[in-house]
Design a protein around this ligand. Structure first.
Ligand SMILES: [Zn+2]
Length: 416
């Protein structure tokens, strides 16, 4: 019996000595780091070390991908960095106070995300407030149409990776331009796209146009996105009146939404899709389906510019090749120059007309003519490429013929 007990006691003794040895070893090897040692603390330390390792790996990965700039940024903030390298100017402040987002997929943690704010122009319950209603033609208000376009654009953009979309309004409500810009700031928007439809005093203009800030990176970003959207709208059927700037009397940007956004460091552009008061443009936007197509085109243009991919989140967005002007990009304030015409009889009442016009600051865009000395004019015709265009007209030769040549800033020069 005593022998049996001894046989049981010896292994127990060995186990106890071994346990004590392990404890002393652990104590020896870990005391330097943490002082008092307990099991859970060691576990916690291991977890902490692992965490540090994962974070360091994420950070290294992010840096390798050029998403983060030279400063040490906490890895948790990596997902908040939307803009690739080229737009690092004064946005650091904006970046640092961004709220953290819940990201389920760890792979998208470090993926750059653009925060695009869509601004459906006008809106509000007023029935006689032009700022709220926008353009009024065809028994409808611009404010309804812009909202339709914005919703379609939001829906289309949501199919792309690397983008988050916000709307300044998603119902018929009134907002000042300042409130729209403040909202864009509150969601840390990277870009605001204000959506509008056009109208002109003489109801004769047609085409899409984009207005952007006249200044430095605000011009560069607006003109880049705007040009890409105009490409889409011309594919759809509009003519392009181009990307333009406009200045107020004090030399700041003329349009309030662009000015307010710029003051909050947000590039903005106004997309004027087409003219509600012109038949050919209206035919391209007179149904809900057509308006949705416009929103989809806007989205495609924006996505193309930033290199976004449908259904795919990129770990890095392509670097943008933006030219940042060092001086104010001035609007054209003078009409076309060297405007003249000549007519040559071709027989059978046919006359060959040669019409000339140039514009150094912008581009010649349209022309129209009068057969009665300027009492009435034809519809606006599109100017082909170049300084000189030729076409034939049926004339008696007795008409009091006048041509007017327009640039894309709607300024015109009349022939003598
Ligand atoms: Zn408008």
């Amino acid at each position: 019996m005593a022998k049996r007990l001894l046989f049981l006691f010896i292994p127990l003794l060995i186990l106890t000595i071994a346990g004590a040895a392990v404890t002393i070893w652990i104590k020896f090897h870990t005391e330097g780091r943490s002082g008092k040692i307990t099991g859970p603390v060691i576990l916690a330390q291991i977890e902490e070390a692992l965490e540090e390792c994962i974070q360091a790996k994420d950070l290294a990965l992010a840096e390798a991908q050029g998403i983060l700039d030279g400063e040490k940024i906490q890895p948790q903030e990596a997902e908040e960095i939307e803009m690739p390298k080229e737009s690092q100017e004064p946005e650091t402040e904006q970046t640092s106070d961004r709220e953290m987002e819940e990201v389920e997929d760890p792979d998208t943690n470090i993926a750059p995300k653009l925060r695009i704010v869509l601004d459906p122009g006008h809106g509000g319950p007023g029935t006689d407030d032009e700022q709220e209603l926008g353009a009024i033609y065809r028994d409808t208000y611009e404010k309804y149409l812009t909202l339709e376009i914005a919703k379609a654009m939001e829906e289309e953009l949501s199919k792309y990776g690397n983008v988050e979309v916000f709307l300044t309004r998603d119902s018929d409500r009134s907002l000042t331009l300042k409130e729209r810009a403040s909202y864009a700031k509150s969601v840390n928007g990277d870009l605001l796209v204000s959506l509008h439809l056009n109208a002109s005093a003489e109801h004769n203009f047609y085409g899409s146009e984009v207005f952007v800030s006249a200044f430095d990176r605000f011009y560069a970003r607006g003109a880049g996105v705007g040009g890409s959207i105009l490409n889409q709208l011309t594919d759809y059927g509009f003519v392009s009146k181009g990307v333009k700037t406009r200045l107020g009397s004090k030399g700041a940007d003329y349009y309030g939404i662009i000015r307010e956004c710029k003051s909050l460091e947000i590039p903005a552009l106004i997309v004027e899709h087409g003219y509600m008061d012109e038949d050919s443009d209206w035919s391209l936007m007179c149904t809900t389906e057509a308006l949705r197509s416009l929103g989809q085109r806007d989205a495609a243009g924006l996505a193309a510019y930033f290199g976004l991919e449908k259904g795919n989140t990129l770990s890095e967005l392509p670097e943008l090749d933006e030219f940042i002007p060092s001086t104010t990009v001035l609007p054209d304030t003078t009409p076309p120059e060297e405007v003249w015409y000549k007519k040559e009889f071709q027989g059978n009442a046919q006359w060959l007309i040669t019409l000339h016009g140039t514009d150094q600051e912008s581009q010649v865009m349209y022309y129209d003519y009068s057969l009665n000395g300027g009492q009435t004019y034809s519809e606006l015709k599109l100017w082909d490429e170049g300084e000189t265009i030729q076409f034939t007209m049926m004339l008696t030769g007795e008409e009091d013929l006048i041509f007017r040549v327009y640039n894309n800033y709607e300024l015109r020069t009349e022939t003598d």
